[in-house]
Design a protein around this ligand. Structure first.
Ligand code: N01
Length: 480
């Protein structure tokens, strides 16, 4: 009998899992989604200018290529439309439970099954649970004193307030990561004044974006092989050139030079340029890929504030030295709670082990997918599977293929649980590879937890990950 599967989250990961189950003829699955629509991060992030900085042909499932992407780099609306299309094409709608947040999953040892609880109540028992909640799903507000005293309009970039027109306003943006870099140029065009509060400068490289004209799209349509070749070419280029940046050598120096040139070409004021020049090695934090960010900062109505913020006051933001800049709108582009994987879901495995307790020193999972004491629980885009350089869809597809490979094993032998020894060996391998990367350098980033452990990123080429997740090794698991 086919296993019953509970999938948590209807983003790229959860939907991919549903599609592959369906392709395998397994229809006994439910996708639980806390929001009212599918799409995950591409449903949540609707800020002006929201787009992906991975090329369209690569930021889509390998098995569902589109010939008619309108741009080299897809915008949020187009990615969301693509996911909606996938849900229709692969018949996922009947499996979707929207507006249903999973609050707890508990392994019942007497039944060898998972009990899933949602905001709607007890959803019953499932053989397998697959988490597709992602790493960037919970916005993080900064812990700046006085936040609640502010009397203007404030919102987070991932919860954009579209009812609040920014035209003619005095806007403050806190943060200058990938999200801020995308919306700042749009806000700068309409705001009367815009103050950008930067704590740490980022390395920025240009984004070679542009439209795919009708001719290019026709070529992709008529000759799918050209499209696949294009996808492969982009993949190989990113993998071959950008990955070495993360482990050092000549390509890091080259990319750093490219970023420095980009800054020099776009910002002529030496004082502003100095403020925007990072002092850490490129790649240590997520590289911003954008061609409009720097020009926006040179506009006369925009100020880059680098004095540290001391507190939020009712009328605006106070910085060190006691200066207060008024603002009638504050936009927090302060990122996400990234190291608290799967929070706030209460996950209890064998012997009453609580996942968040097990992970209190830092989240970890074998291949980023499986955790000892949690049989038949599989993670998509789990610990140490984020990429600093390539399309996350590659990783998700590899994980889904791996989990699909686990299904016959658990059906034949009972719930499968990764061995502690396998996990320990995995940790050692990971630590060795991680030590060679730039992320451990002296910069802080959302890739690390409070203790400084890199819990989010995959430290090797994606080719390695795809190879080692080709199929599960039965001996890596015990069976209950
Ligand atoms: O968030 P971030 P994001 N006081 O965490 C600052 C993906 N993404 O939403 O650097 C003052 O990068 C913080 O400063 P610092 C992508 O993976 C992808 O922009 O910590 N400032 C930083 O500047 C990306 O990496 C796309 O010193 C404070 C900013 O807030 C990830 O999402 C597009 C502060 C947070 O930057 C997150 O990006 C957009 C404080 N107390 C996003 N606290 C694609 O194109 C935080 N900051 C695929």
């Amino acid at each position: 009998m086919a296993p019953t599967v509970a999938i948590i989250g209807a983003g790229f990961g959860g939907l991919c899992m549903g599609i592959q189950l369906r392709k395998a003829g397994i229809t006994t699955y439910t996708i639980f989604e806390k929001a009212g629509g599918l799409g995950g991060t591409w449903r949540d992030n609707t800020y002006p200018g929201a787009a992906c900085d991975v090329p369209s042909h690569l930021y889509s499932y390998s098995f569902e290529q589109r010939h008619d992407w309108t741009r080299r780099y897809p915008r949020q609306q187009e990615i969301l439309a693509y996911l909606e299309h996938c849900a229709d094409k692969y018949g996922l709608r009947p499996h979707l439970r929207l507006n249903t947040e999973v609050t707890a999953v508990t392994f019942d040892e007497s039944l060898n099954r998972w009990r899933v609880t949602t905001t709607e109540g007890d959803e019953g028992l499932f053989d397998v649970v697959v988490s597709g909640v992602g790493q960037l799903n919970r916005p993080r507000l900064p812990d700046i004193p006085g936040l609640s005293t502010y009397q203007g309009t404030a919102f987070h970039s991932a919860r954009w307030n579209h009812d609040h027109d920014l035209t003619g306003r005095h806007v403050a943006v806190i943060g200058n990561g990938s999200s801020a870099a995308q919306f700042i140029p749009r806000v700068a065009r309409v705001a009367r004044r815009l103050d950008v509060y930067q704590r740490t400068p980022n390395w920025v490289i240009p984004k070679p974006d542009g439209e795919y004209g009708p001719r290019a799209r026709l070529v992709f349509k008529r000759f799918p092989l050209i499209q696949s070749a294009n996808r492969e070419r982009i993949y190989r280029f990113i993998e071959g050139v950008v990955f070495p940046v993360l482990v050092g050598g000549w390509s890091r120096r080259l990319l750093m030079k490219r970023a420095q040139d980009h800054l020099e070409q776009q910002v002529h004021d030496p004082e502003l340029r100095a403020k925007l020049t990072p002092s850490y090695p490129i790649g240590c934090k997520r590289i911003v890929i954008d061609s409009d960010f720097y020009p926006a900062l040179t506009r006369p109505n925009v100020e880059l504030v680098t004095d540290p913020i001391t507190r939020i006051v009712p009328s605006g933001i106070e910085t060190a030295g006691g200066t207060t800049r008024e603002a009638d709108t504050i936009i927090y582009a302060t990122g996400f709670q990234t190291t608290d994987f799967l929070a706030p879901i209460e996950i209890t495995g064998r012997e009453g082990r609580r996942l968040h307790e097990v992970w209190k020193g830092g989240a970890e999972a074998y291949l980023g997918v499986a955790v000892p004491y949690f049989p038949n629980l599989f993670l998509l885009y789990g610990p140490n599977t984020n990429l600093g350089h390539n399309s996350i869809i590659l990783m998700i597809e590899a994980q889904v293929r791996y989990i699909m490979g686990c299904l016959p094993l658990l059906s034949a032998h009972g719930p499968m649980e990764v061995r502690q020894a396998t996990m320990d060996a995995w940790r050692r391998t990971l630590d060795q590879a991680m030590a060679r990367t730039v992320w451990e350098a002296s910069c802080h980033s959302w890739y690390k937890n409070a203790a400084g452990r890199v819990t989010n990123n995959w430290p090797q080429p994606t080719t390695v990950y795809r190879r080692i997740t080709q199929a599960p090794r039965p001996e890596a698991y015990t069976y209950h």
